[in-house]
Design a protein around this ligand. Structure first.
Ligand code: ZN
Length: 249
């Protein structure tokens, strides 16, 4: 099921997407009130308190940037103000000469959690899954050493306009294309630290709140984005996230 938030007739509504239609929901139950997708404006499906990202979680990507595979998950944060939706523009900031795509599986937290124990099912805390593009100013990431600036420019976190609630995140393909050409292709089964490990680990460092986003790391093949490029992240079982890249003159 694909759940979303949208505006129609100046009101914010919740809905379920089925093909070209959106069925409004009331207390999570589907109603008979229905709209065409083309008639609504989507808004962010969540308002996260934080976006927790995992670096170097695919061995080949760690290697392509000259890094070792970490012995425990490498965590960093991305500012929630960097979020944009499908079809919105990624803006290349003046400060960077090398902005790159990182197509990733994103996890949406559904229930507050802290210190998830070994005998709990971590997926009970998951609301669903999104396509996410962890846009990165690679030159600034290297220069600053820490990641805050390089990862948090406005528009640097495109996400799906819906949350897919049914997916096995342990074995699904993550593909990123630029102008129709495949640049990154991986499978979540190749993660150094799989999704259940990551959630348990992150919950031992910080309380996760409903709507928080976990970006689970990117496969190899990251590359520089140029003005007017069309960048597409596709996750099998979730869908596609498409954004145009713009460098303001
Ligand atoms: Zn990333």
């Amino acid at each position: 099921m694909k759940i979303c938030k949208f505006i129609i007739n100046d009101l914010v509504r919740n809905g379920i997407i089925e093909d070209d239609l959106i069925y409004c929901t009331d207390q999570n139950l589907r109603t008979e009130e229905v709209y065409q997708i083309s008639d609504v404006k989507f808004i962010l499906p969540v308002t996260p308190s934080k976006i927790v990202c995992v670096g170097r979680n695919y061995a080949e990507h760690a290697a392509e940037l000259g890094n070792d595979i970490p012995s425990e998950p490498l965590l960093f944060l991305k500012a929630p103000s960097s979020l944009i939706l499908n079809n919105e523009e990624i803006i290349i900031p003046e400060q960077s000469e090398k902005v790159e795509h990182e197509g990733e599986l994103g996890i949406i937290i559904g229930k507050i959690c802290k210190d998830i124990s070994a005998n709990e099912n971590v997926f009970d805390y998951v609301k669903g899954y999104i396509c996410l593009n962890d846009i990165t100013a690679r030159d600034l990431q290297r220069k600053d050493v820490q990641f805050t600036r390089a990862k948090s420019f406005d528009t640097f976190c495109p996400i799906s306009h819906f949350i897919e609630t049914e997916l096995d995140p342990r074995n699904t393909t993550v593909t990123t294309k630029v102008n129709g050409i495949i640049r990154q292709s991986g499978n979540t089964s190749q993660m150094v630290f799989p999704v259940d490990y990551l959630l348990r680990y992150i919950s031992q460092q910080m309380t996760l709140l409903p709507g928080d986003i976990i970006a689970t790391g990117t496969p190899s093949g990251v590359s520089k984005l140029e003005h007017n490029d069309i960048c597409e992240v596709e996750i099998e079982g979730v869908g596609k996230l498409i954004n145009r890249v713009v460098k303001k003159a």
